[in-house]
Design a binder for this molecule. Structure first.
Ligand code: PGA
Length: 251
């Protein structure tokens, strides 16, 4: 059976809460009846404001990060319980911008994934190599190491609550997309790594997304690849017509 594609919109640190409502309203107006799992990841401050539109339009709500502790003296942090009460169903974990600018490590990423799973939500784990690593030909070793470290202590059953986004860092926000062959090769490699870590069945069921300058022009071909189950989309998800076009093309 063919899986429903996943279109995940990572708005990053863009849009105030009223601007997020305007953006999602415009997106909704451009969307045909959904043939994909459409998820929006607004900033924390806009989660509550867009919730109503999400419910009415059958759009899922996600957050861009969380802390692994339930509560306590962690100034400035947000727990999974806090997100859950706002109807959040997905949390992006380990985005390369968080690894790069906020010193996130595989160890903290692993803790975050576990807290998301324990709360019954789904984690979108991001992995990806730098341009330097690709030039050195070590992209696969790097991705495999990330996956192994990020999934330590996570059972095969828990994998049903995990999505993996392959996001080559050199393609994020640069307009330089991986070719569909490169993206497919890496997503297949990720699936094979899951076979090795868990089983064929777990690997078959897990959703693997591609992210990195996906847009209205290249999305169709990328999403047509056998091992690409969806897209994690930044820049293009802030453009109502473009993101709707991508979602409307999903079969
Ligand atoms: P981009 O971002 O689509 O703007 O490249 C993707 C991401 O960082 O998730």
């Amino acid at each position: 059976m063919q899986k429903q594609k996943i279109i995940a919109c990572n708005w990053k640190m863009n849009k105030t809460s009223s601007q997020a409502v305007t953006l999602l309203t415009e997106i909704k107006e451009n969307l045909k009846p959904l043939n994909c799992n459409f998820i929006v990841f607004p900033p924390f401050t806009a989660l509550e404001a867009v919730n109503d539109i999400c419910k009415k339009a059958n759009i899922c709500l996600g957050a861009q990060n969380c802390h692994w502790q339930e509560k306590g003296a962690f100034t400035g942090e947000i727990s999974v319980e806090m997100l859950k009460e706002l109807n959040v169903k997905y949390v992006i974990i380990g985005h390369s911008e968080r690894r790069q600018y906020f010193a996130e490590t595989d160890e903290t990423i692993n803790k975050k994934i576990k807290s998301v799973i324990n709360a019954g939500l789904k984690a979108v784990l991001c992995v990806g190599e730098t341009l330097e690593q690709r030039e050195q030909g070590i992209e696969k070793t790097h991705i495999e190491n990330q996956i192994k470290a990020d999934l330590i202590g996570i059972s095969s059953d828990d994998c049903s609550q995990i999505l993996i986004a392959y996001e080559p860092i050199w393609a994020i926000g640069t307009g330089k997309t991986a070719t569909s062959q490169q993206a497919e090769e890496m997503c297949k490699f990720i699936r094979d790594s899951i076979v090795n870590l868990y089983s064929e069945k777990t690997a078959e069921n897990i959703n693997i997304l591609y992210g990195g300058s996906m847009n209205g022009k290249n999305a169709k071909e990328l999403l047509n690849q056998k091992n690409i189950d969806g897209g994690l989309i930044g820049g293009a998800s802030l453009k109502p017509q473009e993101i709707s076009e991508i979602a409307n093309n999903c079969k």
